[in-house]
Design a protein around this ligand. Structure first.
Ligand code: SAM
Length: 282
């Protein structure tokens, strides 16, 4: 479906035995190769290193990726996302307005963030009091996301406690919910809202202007993200599963997601983005 980037787990130079053993553990858990500086040469085909440092994990581009992404560490940083000050909360309003609408009772339901990525939107929604199940199918992205979650949990335990992260394909979960009783239990509650932020279709101009973190997601996931059959399936199943609504993030003047499946009932605009809101067909 997408090309896997050759990624190694690597303890940062100067770290202790703890980071080495953590690197080993992660490598085994995620079935990724381990590279330790000083013990053999790095595979010339390696594209990314996931560095294990005292502060946490970060992604380090190597070879061709270095030319595309630069040398600065890449990692989801929820702690510095401003979601608690008045200005930060104002900036988050379009997303929250699209999710909440006029239904104050929504706070009690669960939001399924079907495209977690670096988790910024998950974090914003959690900071506004929503409970979330956030799904990320790419294991490299998920691994970094899980680390961001752990770090944020130490500073903001109450906000983090509203989030559950899963390394799964949302399509699989939605199919199980729609077609079988397998997940009809406490393990996987039916979501009230399904939120989707699929990779925006990439014009060359947009790709150049993209933030390094978004560019990195595109490189990790590849253009296969924009597969119209899967898009249609994802929206259709989301509409069947959501208790009240589905919200899809789009570029401000971009085309609708999976246009043939359904039309949004309304749209909420933010800076450079738009949220298309669909009523559930459940
Ligand atoms: C544009 S990013 C989402 C960014 C996210 N909203 C944020 O705030 O960081 C899209 C992410 O969705 C993930 N994704 C796409 N389709 C998916 C699916 N069917 N199941 C799970 N994850 C998916 C991709 O791997 C990618 O990381």
């Amino acid at each position: 479906m997408y090309r896997k980037r050759k990624t190694y787990i690597c303890p940062e130079d100067g770290t202790s035995d703890y980071e080495l053993s953590r690197s080993n553990k992660i490598a085994r858990e995620f079935d990724l190769p381990l590279h330790v500086n000083g013990l053999g040469k790095l595979d010339p085909e390696a594209e990314f290193l996931i560095m294990v440092s005292k502060q946490g994990l970060y992604l380090k581009p190597v070879n061709e990726m270095l030319a595309l992404l630069g040398s600065k560490p890449i990692y989801p940083d929820w702690i510095s996302t401003d979601v608690f000050s008045a200005a930060g909360r104002k900036a988050s309003q379009p997303l929250i307005k699209a999710i909440r609408g006029s239904k104050k009772s929504l706070q009690k339901g669960v939001i399924l963030d079907g495209t977690a990525g670096w988790g910024d939107d998950t974090w914003i929604m959690a900071a506004f009091g929503f409970s979330l199940i956030s799904m990320e199918r790419n294991k490299i992205v998920y691994l970094l996301l899980r680390d961001a979650y752990a770090r944020a949990g130490m500073r903001f335990p109450r906000t983090s406690s509203r989030i559950r992260l899963l390394n799964m394909d949302t399509l699989d979960i939605l199919q199980s919910l729609c077609w079988g009783a397998e997940h009809k239990n406490n393990f996987f509650p039916w979501p009230d809202v399904v939120y989707l932020d699929p990779m925006f279709p990439g014009s060359d101009k947009r790709k150049t202007a993209e933030k390094k973190e978004s560019k990195c997601l595109r490189l990790l996931e590849g253009e296969a993200q924009c597969d119209s059959e899967r898009e249609a399936q994802l929206l259709e199943l989301s509409l069947h599963t959501a208790g009240t609504k589905v919200v899809v993030k789009r570029p401000k003047n971009g085309s609708r997601y999976a246009e043939k499946v359904a039309a949004p009932v309304h749209q909420v605009y933010g800076k450079g983005i738009r949220f298309d809101v669909y009523m559930s067909s459940k």
